[in-house]
Design a protein around this ligand. Structure first.
Ligand code: BT5
Length: 336
């Protein structure tokens, strides 16, 4: 373990003197001092008191601040601004790194799926988890589902009623009801349709042979403390829904801990996903690379295929863009 990390861990247990720490770690006092200075430069304002070094009251939104509280097996790399945390995580993967989380306050070239762009101003939670999971490529979609479950639960833990739209969008649950309910007289509808405005998206990228994933990057973007006016139509943020900002450091730790836990038992992920899904039971339109599927979404099957009952039979969709159709469609009317 490096000295910086060891100092961080020691600070969690209360005040510790430089000489005591040096002796405990078997390094020089200068090495301890340097590590403390590095933590301070990274925004983790270690205090010097008569009793020794003390952790700051506000650990800050940075690598040491997140690592200080994180109970998950990742190291953290933090940037004030990056083009894309996924791109950075891929570069780390190619240099052989693993179990690293890349976090940025702002992304200037955030990426969505299918070469779409992701708007990621300062104040959001933009991160990528790089791991080398011992799974086959075919099972990798379950890790994306796990991330969606982790994000939805972390949103719920800060009192935002979140649900999952297949395969990997986290939406404000119940939010679309009014705007899409013809009885309510509303005519507007956003691009996500029933289920509400989008709080978060997930972009998974990986490399490997069919039988083994070499590396997997799960990119998670959550509109945390962002003004919806800075986001595309149909998006909202945790702060806008709560009326109060979230503690991003605590939120990131919560997402990562939930994700780490869920990925230890992939068999359980699907049922957790089903429990939080907004899509199941809805009438949907799914645009796939081979065409459009319209029908009722009835289930999700391993490793993450959406099962749709169409007029001509049951279709299993493995990838695509899903729109929840408005209730009026059930009567045969179209939504566009
Ligand atoms: C996604 O794509 O939802 C995946 C987004 C993943 C973003 C994270 S942030 C950390 C990591 N680093 C990256 O560079 N990416 C990942 P998709 O389903 O294709 O949705 C993209 C569409 O959502 C866009 O075409 C916009 O319509 C809309 N959109 C863009 N930015 C948004 C935002 N901040 N909130 C809600 N919707 C957004």
């Amino acid at each position: 373990m490096d000295t910086r990390r060891a100092v961080l861990d020691a600070l969690a247990d209360g005040p510790v003197s430089g000489p005591a720490l040096a002796a405990e770690l078997g390094v020089s006092r200068a090495a301890v001092w340097k590590a403390v200075e590095r933590l301070r430069e990274e925004g983790f304002a270690v205090e010097s008191t008569d009793d020794g070094y003390v952790a700051p009251a506000d650990p800050g939104y940075g690598a040491p601040g997140i690592e200080f509280d994180l109970d998950a097996p990742y190291t953290v790399e933090y940037h004030d601004a990056l083009s894309s945390t996924n791109t950075r995580a891929r570069a780390l993967a190619e240099s052989g790194a693993s179990d690293v989380v890349v976090v940025a306050d702002e992304q200037t070239g955030g990426r969505g799926r299918l070469d779409r762009s992701w708007v990621a101003p300062s104040g959001g939670v933009w991160l990528s988890v790089l791991t080398a999971p011992a799974v086959s490529a075919a099972r990798a979609p379950q890790l994306t589902l796990a991330a969606a479950v982790a994000v939805a639960d972390a949103c719920r833990a800060v009192d935002v009623d979140a649900g999952i739209k297949w395969p990997n969008d986290v939406l404000l649950a119940g939010d679309g009801g009014a705007s899409n309910d013809a009885d309510a007289g509303a005519t507007s509808r956003d691009h996500v349709g029933r289920g509400g405005r989008k709080l978060a998206g997930i972009l998974t990228e990986m490399e490997g042979e069919a039988d083994r994933v070499a590396w997997l990057v799960v990119g998670i973007g959550v509109n945390a403390n962002v003004n919806p006016s800075e986001l595309p139509a149909g998006a909202t943020s945790l702060r806008a829904v709560r009326g109060d900002p979230v503690d991003r450091r605590a939120f990131v730790c919560d997402v990562l801990e939930r994700y780490a836990e869920l990925t230890t038992d992939l068999e359980a992920v699907l049922s957790a996903w089903r429990d939080r899904a907004i899509t199941l039971g809805q009438r949907v339109r799914v645009e796939t690379s081979t065409g459009t599927v319209v029908g009722e979404a009835v289930d999700v099957e391993p490793p993450g295929a959406l099962v749709v009952e169409t007029e001509t039979g049951t279709v299993r969709v493995h990838a695509g863009d899903c729109t929840h159709l408005r209730a009026a469609d059930r009567d045969g009317r179209t939504d566009r």
